[in-house]
Design a protein around this ligand. Structure first.
Ligand code: PEP
Ligand code: MG
Length: 865
């Protein structure tokens, strides 16, 4: 197996082996670009290093030295040589670019002897490079704090009265080298290595180690980069941007990475090495100034940047060095960009005829795009803000406002026009209006699919859940990091990151630009999977339509009863002890429910509308305060203590595994009958009055055995057909089920025989498969994360490995019985890019997500990368 490759042996397709930087250096070499030559130690060598307990094996070392010899031959220089010495840079480069996360050492190969040889030609550059090597080597290889060297440099600058190290003279640089060596020896307990081969091997090892430094680990986690990828290491002949006159080094993007504007956008420094530009220690000049001073080199660089953009079919982020007027390309990669720039660039590149629509869609990073749709914090204000806590980023968007601790107070603030953040231990249905009028929601308990999270996402409202650092007290205060916060105190929350800040931070609204809208229509042309929405109200449905949803995949009918005047009737129904009482309560619910459906059908016209029958874990609807219990007692003509007894009797230890879903309607079929009547009558009314051929899809939740479904479906179909006949109209309706229990997955072939469609309820399926409560698993999942047991919240992003297998099994079983059966997903995963990827590959007909996630989902389903 080959572990080390000359640049001339590789190409862009070898990214997995050579890392992004190595593969692109090889590709540029193949293209005949001016690239200083070198070789790449592969990612496999990095993995081998870790496998061998952090030792580079003898055989890999041998390969490295063989390639070094070839580099010496190609460059006609000698590493550590006393004649024409070769210096190299050692730079990291993983498969996915991780800017600035890992380490680099420049000027390797300099020793006390070599520097003198080099000095015969150019003494200043020689000693400038040597002092840089000692400092970088100390930092990267020996982990000696840079500050010791910086302090010394500052001292010398002060002593000589010079502003910048770029202007230090030879004597000063020689003095620095002497002192740096002393500092090095003091902290490393050994002198600076005088064998270049030792330097090289130690630097390669240090880069391997940097794969596991804390910031690299954090970055990997944020971007879903597996630890197993490892990093490659690039060893490249040094060229010098620090040789005085005619020398420069810089970085540039082929388009503006912030706005997307078509222009060369970059920074550079005269007489410097790359680190000076990226480390932010010197204030660089803008690239247009290079055009003025070195027009030829600039023009050549500009031309190459355009060629690279066409070649890679994407905006490029490039590093270059100009040595005595000669341009060298040191790196190119697809550039990181803001959401706004991503949209502009993808759109422009299609318009310019550089890429296809499919390539434009594939180019979009959906994780970044999410930001476009939600309000954002003002970047400047955010940079000086005080972060006080971190929770789970449940629903994206930035929000600032006064703390309120209950829904009633939130309403008061809303009426006054004062933005507020609802801070709760956890939320319950009573909070719904308060949630609605708040700018954001922060709960100290709950997971990614807890009530607060699901509801907030549905509303497109910024929300952080499971933020245990916020201790919400009974007396309407919250203690965060020992400080007490009271009602009215200002906080800001970022639902995209989970960060909580003290005080108010200004925000800017998110928006759908015309270019983004065009990209979305291109995506629709290309996608085979449709995007539906989860919407419980006509308003949400209209919003989702505006965002391009092609149907409703889930109406949670119980959510239609959260509002105050409705929740009473709902409670009445739940607390009923006799069929008569229940029917009386249902009679109150029927007209409300029917009108809601009329409104929703009118909005959705001839698009499918999937209505899930009541599925409340009953505890979500129980009154808790004495006042509410008293109210209910009087409505139901019962004593307060009787109501309390019923509530107690309804108490379940595991409400999520209790009397909910289809079980509720099996015990009380009159509930399903009321809902059927409401849906069918509403559909017929809209068909008759507005002429739309409405498409209701009735969905039975939490089925584990096909007999549960059959019991209900038979009654539903009987009643529906009866109503349709009475109206002497026709109506296309379907009756299907959710698959949200492991048993249902295993029995999906049997279930498929009876149902018209299947929708995976991946929230419950995840809960029931892991046995983790979706409401409060957050606490120990944090431990799991810390310990590396489960690092991705399975409620936010589908556990494709385990739960995914169940879905795959069910999918194939169902299709084996009915090859064309409509299959979708309506759990929260239907809006998560990584999960959508999974459903798309399997062949789902649709994914359904909250309105605000629809645009991103439309991009996801069209991506083919
Ligand atoms: C699910 O379980 O995935 C689902 C969509 O239903 P709910 O979240 O309402 O339980
Ligand atoms: Mg469910």
């Amino acid at each position: 197996m080959q572990f080390v490759y000359m640049f001339s042996e590789g190409n862009a397709a070898m990214r997995d082996v050579l890392g992004g930087k190595g593969a692109n250096l090889a590709e540029m070499t193949q293209l005949g670009f001016p690239v200083p030559q070198g070789f790449t130690v592969s990612t496999a060598a990095c993995n081998d290093y870790y496998k061998e307990n952090k030792v580079i094996s003898k055989s890999i070392q041998k390969e490295i030295f063989e390639k070094l010899a070839r580099l010496e031959a190609v460059s006609n220089k000698q590493f550590g040589g006393t004649h024409n010495p070769l210096l190299v840079s050692v730079r990291s480069g993983a498969r996915a670019s991780m800017p600035g996360m890992m380490d680099t050492v420049l000027n390797l190969g300099l020793t006390d002897d070599v520097v003198e040889v080099m000095a015969q030609d150019d003494a200043r550059t020689a000693f400038d490079s040597y002092r840089r090597l000692i400092q970088m080597y100390a930092d990267v290889v020996k982990e000696i704090d840079k500050k010791y060297f910086d302090q010394e440099l500052e001292f010398v600058l002060k002593e000589t009265g010079i502003d910048s190290d770029h202007d230090l003279d030879l004597d000063a640089l020689k003095g620095l080298v002497r002192r740096y060596k002393v500092i090095y020896e003091y902290h490393a307990n050994e002198p600076f290595p005088q064998d270049p081969r030792v330097q090289l091997m130690e630097a390669i090892e240090a880069v391997f180690r940097s794969w596991n430094n804390p910031r690299a680990i954090y970055y990997r986690k944020m971007h879903d980069i597996p630890e197993s990828w490892g990093t490659a290491v690039n060893i490249q002949e040094m060229v010098f941007g620090n040789k005085g006159e005619g020398c420069a080094t810089g970085v540039a993007f082929s388009r503006n990475p912030a706005s997307g504007e078509k222009m060369l956008y970059g920074e550079f420094l005269f007489n410097a090495q790359g680190e000076d530009v990226v480390a932010g220690t010197h204030t660089p000049l803008t690239i247009d100034q290079l055009e003025k001073t070195m027009p030829e080199a600039y023009q050549e660089f500009y031309d190459l940047s355009q060629k690279l953009e066409h070649h890679y079919r994407d905006m490029q982020d490039m590093e270059f060095t100009i040595e005595k007027g000669k341009l060298f390309m040191l790196q190119t990669r697809n550039g990181k960009r803001t959401a706004q720039a991503a949209v502009q660039i993808a759109y422009d590149m299609v318009e310019e005829g550089i890429i296809t629509k499919q390539e434009a869609i594939n180019q979009l990073d959906t994780q970044i795009l999410e930001g476009l749709l939600h309000p954002q914090f003002d970047e400047k204000a955010l940079s000086v803000a005080d972060m006080i806590a971190k929770g789970l980023p449940a629903s994206p968007g930035a929000a600032s406002g006064a703390i309120v601790f209950d829904a009633t107070t939130a309403l008061k603030y809303f009426e006054k026009g004062t933005p507020c953040i609802l801070v709760r231990l956890e939320t319950s249905p009573e909070d719904i209006e308060g949630m609605h009028v708040s700018s954001g929601i922060l709960t100290s308990r709950g997971g990614m699919t807890s009530h607060a999270a699901v509801v907030a996402r549905g509303m497109g409202k910024s929300c952080i859940v499971g933020c245990s650092e916020v201790a919400v007290k009974e007396n309407k205060t919250a203690i965060i990091k020992g400080k007490t916060y009271r009602e009215g105190d200002l906080i800001s929350i970022d639902g995209s990151t989970g960060f909580v800040y003290e005080g108010r931070i200004g925000t800017q609204p998110g928006l759908l630009s015309d270019e983004f809208k065009t990209l979305l229509t291109w995506a629709d042309e290309l996608a085979t999977v449709k995007v539906y929405t989860n919407a419980d109200t006509p308003k949400d449905a209209a919003k989702a339509l505006e965002y391009g949803a092609r149907g409703i995949g889930l109406i949670r009918t119980e959510h239609m009863f959260f509002e105050k005047n409705r929740i009473r009737a709902m409670r009445e129904m739940i607390l009923s002890q006799t069929t008569v009482q229940r029917e009386k309560a249902l009679e109150k619910l029927l007209p409300i429910q029917r009108q809601d459906f009329v409104d929703i059908f009118s909005v959705m016209k001839e698009l499918p509308v999937t209505i899930r029958y009541l599925d409340p874990p009953l505890h979500e609807f129980m009154p808790t305060t004495t006042q509410e219990i008293e109210e209910l007692a009087s409505i139901m003509s019962m004593g307060v203590s009787d109501i309390k007894t019923v509530i107690r009797s309804l108490h379940e230890y595991n409400p999520m595994m209790g009397h909910r879903g289809c079980r509720l309607a099996i015990s009380y079929p009159e509930i399903a009958m009321m809902q059927t009547r409401a849906i069918i009558e509403a559909a017929l009314e809209v068909k008759k009055t507005e002429g739309y051929d409405v498409q209701p899809e009735i969905m039975i939740p939490l089925v584990g055995d096909v007999k549960e479904f059959n019991f209900l479906a038979m009654r539903i179909r009987e009643l529906a057909d009866k109503i349709i006949n009475e109206h002497e109209l026709s109506l296309n309706y379907r009756v299907g089920t959710m698959i949200e229990l492991p048993r249902a997955c295993v029995m999906a072939d049997q279930i498929a025989k009876s149902v018209d469609f299947i929708s995976f309820g991946t929230n419950d399926l995840t809960q029931m498969s892991f046995g983790f409560s979706r409401d409060d698993a957050g606490e120990f999942l944090r431990d799991y994360d810390r310990l590396g047991i489960i690092t991705k919240d399975p409620f936010a992003s589908l556990d494709t490995e385990g739960v995914g297998q169940l879905i795959e099994l069910a999918y194939h079983k169902a299709r084996s019985i009915k090859p064309d059966i409509k299959i979708g997903v309506c759990g929260e995963h239907g809006g998560d890019p990584r999960s959508i990827e999974f459903f798309k590959k399997l062949g789902f007909n649709y994914v359904s997500c909250s309105p605000f996630r629809v645009p991103i989902a439309r991009i996801c389903v069209a991506q083919t990368k």
